[in-house]
Design a protein. Structure first.
Lengths: 155, 199
């Protein structure tokens, strides 16, 4: 009984250390810095990550990129996040055409609403990466491979 | 790495090791491989003493009295970390160079600042090593990391190391070096998670 109480006390103590509070003024300063840093980073980072997933990264990097992308689309106001994703998907590096752009936007919207996991996003992005590996990219938007890819993901 | 710095002897040992690491930063132009050793030493420092330094930092920002050994250990870590970044700045990208960085601060252990490196004289691994180190720092001692200035003598409220690190990591996401990209991604994932708790 005494051992159990000691363990409970220890766990509460450890938890209190982990959640140690800052003074209100320090919290305000931290909140202001956090909001500003996240807002400034989100658009740029989403753009570069999507560019990497559209063939620039090594394949082994896609899992880590998916985890960060998922975290980034879950921060800030939804409208701002969607605008950042739309801007990124409008860049020249995305070669799969408008239906695939819309599908990618919907996939990232699901992530932002916690309706899709990092692991599922990684599977989608791995497919996106593979599609960008072909030499002749001009025919990609109307290709069977893109149509198959979209069907496979429910579009 | 001494397992603690509670006694005068162990703190002196830690200080001497930091002095050795700091002196290694001065010979980088002739042997750049030493940078990797300094980053490894810093990671070991954070892994071994980060928890304790974080607790004392929290006590300090809450206005409580801080043990002098804790204060000195935190000073050693900050001084060596900022000195290492200053020494590798040439390879860290434009985010790390700023006209504001004219630090007048005094090192916690007496040493001259490392000479300014020439662009290209520092290996690319510095950036990957720095993101790896900062990821561990943020994971183990977030409040300590948050309060670090971007350079010796700077005000952390005006110019935070974390701000530059986040900007630098975001800019590195389209680097050509996969190690840099992966370490930038892992660091940013930790930073976003930490900042979301407060933002």
């Amino acid at each position: 009984m005494f051992t159990h109480q000691c363990i409970v006390f220890f766990l509460i103590f450890v938890n209190s250390l982990r959640q140690a509070k800052l003074l209100p003024s320090q919290n305000e300063s931290l909140q202001s810095f956090a909001s500003e840093a996240l807002s400034r980073t989100q658009g740029d980072a989403i753009n570069r990550l999507l560019m990497g997933c559209c063939g620039k990264y090594e394949y082994s990097t896609i899992g880590d990129a998916a985890e960060l992308l998922c975290a980034l689309v879950r921060i800030g106001p939804a409208a701002e996040t969607e605008a950042n994703v739309v801007a990124a998907l409008s860049q020249e590096y995305f070669l799969l055409g408008n239906p695939a752009k819309n599908a990618t936007l919907m996939i990232l919207n699901r992530c932002s609403q916690n309706l899709m996991s990092e692991a599922d996003l990684a599977i989608y992005l791995e497919g996106l990466w593979h599609l960008h590996q072909v030499e002749d990219t001009s025919a990609l938007p109307s290709s069977d491979s893109v149509a198959r890819f979209l069907r496979m993901h429910g579009f | 790495m001494p397992p603690d710095y509670d006694s005068k002897g162990s703190l002196t040992l830690l200080k001497n090791l930091c002095n050795v690491a700091s002196s290694m930063l001065h010979v980088q132009t002739t042997n750049p491989v030493h940078f990797g050793s300094v980053f490894e030493f810093l990671e070991d420092f954070v892994h071994t003493h980060g928890d304790k330094i974080e607790r004392s930092t929290l006590e300090s920002v809450q206005g409580a009295a801080v043990n002098s050994h804790d204060k000195e250990a935190a000073g050693l870590l900050e001084s060596l970390l900022l000195g290492t970044i200053a020494a590798t700045r040439a390879s860290l990208g434009s985010v790390w160079t700023s006209p504001k960085e004219q630090g007048q601060g005094q090192s916690a252990f007496e040493s001259k600042p490392p000479p300014a490196p020439k662009p290209g004289s520092v290996p690319n691994e510095s950036l990957a090593g720095m993101f790896s180190l900062l990821q561990k720092l943020l994971g183990i001692c977030p409040v300590f990391t948050l309060n670090l200035p971007a350079g010796p003598g700077l005000d952390s409220e005006e110019d935070r190391l974390l701000r530059r690190a986040i900007d630098s990591a975001a800019a590195s996401l389209d680097d050509t070096d996969t190690d840099i990209i992966v370490n930038a991604i892992v660091f940013l994932t930790t930073a976003v998670s930490f900042l979301c708790d407060y933002g």
